[in-house]
Design a binder for this molecule. Structure first.
Ligand code: ATP
Ligand code: MG
Length: 369
C-alpha cells in the first residue's frame, strides 16, 4: 500500500497542511515540538482510530477549534482509496471511506495498515505487562477489525463487573443484587475467551518470525521464546474448553475477588512471555539485548502484517533511529529496503547513517507547517 497524500485541518498544531509523499521514504526533520509526531499520529488515527498519546479527542483538535479533520489518499492493490476522519472536541466522530460516511468503526478499520516504532517502544520489553497487551491489541485491530469490537465489549463488561464488586466490598450491609454476578461472569468468559484465542493465535504466528529476526540481529547467539501467557490455565489446542475453564477460575478466585473488589481473572491481566536463553528479558536482559529484541519484534510485526494482508504495511519510525546503534540501524534498513513506505522523524539528519538519505524525500517541519 502506498500513502500518497495527507491533509490535516485544525489537527493538533496544524491549522491546515497538505503533504504529498513523493518517495517511499519520507524524513520529517525539525526541532522539538514542531509537529513531527503529530503528523505520524494522524496516520495512526486513520489506521487504528486510536492514538497512543491520548484517549480524548479534544486533545487532538486544535486549541480554540471545534473540529479537526484528517484526510488521506492511498493506493492499495485493490485500487485507490480516500479516508476522512473528523474529530470533534465533544468526542463525536465522523468517518468516511471514498466520500461515503460509514457508521461502524469496523468498516473504517483495516484500510491503512501500519507498524509504529518509536522510542517509547523500547518499553515493550522493559515495561509492564499492559504495554505488551496494548501492542498485541494494536496489531490485532488491524488484522481483524472485529477484534476492536470484541475488546471494547470485553472492557465494557469488565467495567460493569468491577463496579459491582467494588460496591459489594464498600457496602457489605447493603450489597448489590447478587443475581447480576453470574450474568457478568458468563459475558466476561464468553468475550474473554475470544480475546484470548485471537491473541494466542497471533503470537503463535509471530513467534517464529521474531525468532528468525532475533537470530539474525543477535548474530545467531541467543534463543528467543515468545509466547502468550494467559492467567487462565487451559490447553490452547482445545479452544472449546476455554469458556468452561474461564468460569471455573472465576469461581476459584471468588474469595479473593470478594476481598479485593476487582476482577482477577481474564485477558486484562495476561502477559506475553519474552525469554532470552530461558531467562526473562524484562528483568535480566541488558539494554542492548532489550533493543535487539524490540527491533526483532517490530520486524516480525511488519512481516506478519504483510503476510496476512498481502501488501507491505507502512512503517512509522518516530525518533527511534537515534536510539539504535549503527549495526541495528543497518539491519533495519536492510530489512525494509524500498519495499515498505516509511515515515521517519528526526531532530537532525546527522542522527543516522547517510544511506537513509539516498532517495528519501526530506520535509522540514516547523510550527505546524
Ligand atoms: P519532538 O522532537 O520533541 O518529539 P515533535 O515535532 O514530534 O517534537 P509534536 O509532538 O508533533 O512535536 O508536536 C508538539 C506540539 O504540538 C507542541 O508544541 C504542542 O503544544 C502542540 N500541540 C499539541 N496538541 C495541540 C492542540 N490540540 N492544539 C494546538 N497545538 C497542539
Ligand atoms: Mg516527537
Amino acid at each position: 500500500m502506498y500513502l500518497q497524500h495527507l491533509q490535516l485541518h485544525q489537527f493538533r498544531n496544524y491549522a491546515g497542511q497538505s503533504v504529498e509523499f513523493a518517495a517511499p521514504k519520507t524524513i520529517l526533520v525539525g526541532a522539538n515540538a514542531q509537529g513531527k509526531s503529530n503528523l505520524l499520529e494522524a496516520v495512526e488515527l486513520l489506521s487504528t482510530l486510536k492514538s497512543h498519546r491520548t484517549s480524548r479527542d479534544r486533545d487532538l483538535v486544535q486549541e480554540g477549534s471545534a473540529a479537526a479533520q484528517i484526510t488521506a489518499a492511498l493506493q492499495r492493490d485493490s485500487g485507490p482509496l480516500d479516508l476522512t476522519l473528523t474529530l470533534r472536541a465533544n468526542g463525536r466522530r465522523t468517518l468516511s471511506v471514498n466520500s461515503e460516511t460509514v457508521r461502524r468503526h469496523l468498516d473504517f478499520l483495516g484500510h491503512i495498515n501500519m507498524v509504529q516504532f518509536s522510542s517509547l517502544d523500547l518499553d515493550l520489553v522493559r515495561g509492564g505487562p499492559g504495554t505488551r497487551r496494548n501492542w498485541l491489541d494494536t496489531v490485532l485491530i488491524q488484522l481483524e477489525p472485529v477484534y476492536a469490537y470484541l475488546w471494547q465489549q470485553y472492557q465494557q463488561v469488565l467495567k460493569q463487573r468491577n463496579a459491582f464488586l467494588k460496591q459489594r466490598r464498600a457496602h457489605p450491609e447493603r450489597p448489590p443484587d447478587a443475581a447480576q454476578l453470574p450474568l457478568w461472569d458468563q459475558q466476561l468468559a464468553s468475550m474473554g475467551a475470544r480475546v484470548i484465542q485471537r491473541r494466542y493465535r497471533m503470537l503463535k504466528r509471530l513467534a517464529p518470525l521474531a525468532q528468525k529476526w532475533h537470530h539474525t540481529i543477535s548474530g545467531q547467539q541467543e534463543q528467543l521464546v515468545l509466547a502468550y501467557a494467559p492467567n487462565i490455565t487451559h490447553d490452547p489446542e482445545q479452544p472449546d474448553h476455554l469458556y468452561g475453564e474461564f468460569l471455573a477460575q472465576i469461581e476459584a478466585r471468588a474469595g479473593a475477588e470478594y476481598h479485593q473488589g476487582i476482577t482477577l481473572t481474564g485477558p486484562h491481566r495476561d502477559e506475553v512471555d519474552l525469554l532470552i536463553n530461558e531467562t526473562p528479558a524484562r528483568q535480566y536482559g541488558s539494554q542492548g539485548q532489550q533493543r535487539t529484541l524490540v527491533l526483532a519484534l517490530k520486524l516480525a510485526e511488519l512481516q506478519l502484517i504483510e503476510e496476512i494482508i498481502g501488501e507491505p504495511p507502512l512503517l512509522l519510525l518516530d525518533d527511534v533511529l537515534a536510539e539504535l546503534d549503527l549495526n541495528r540501524q543497518n539491519q533495519l534498513l536492510a530489512a525494509i529496503q524500498e519495499r515498505f513506505q516509511t515515515l521517519i522523524t528526526t531532530t537532525h539528519l546527522g542522527a543516522f547513517e547517510a544511506k537513509w538519505l539516498d532517495s528519501a524525500q526530506v520535509l522540514t517541519v516547523e510550527k505546524g507547517q
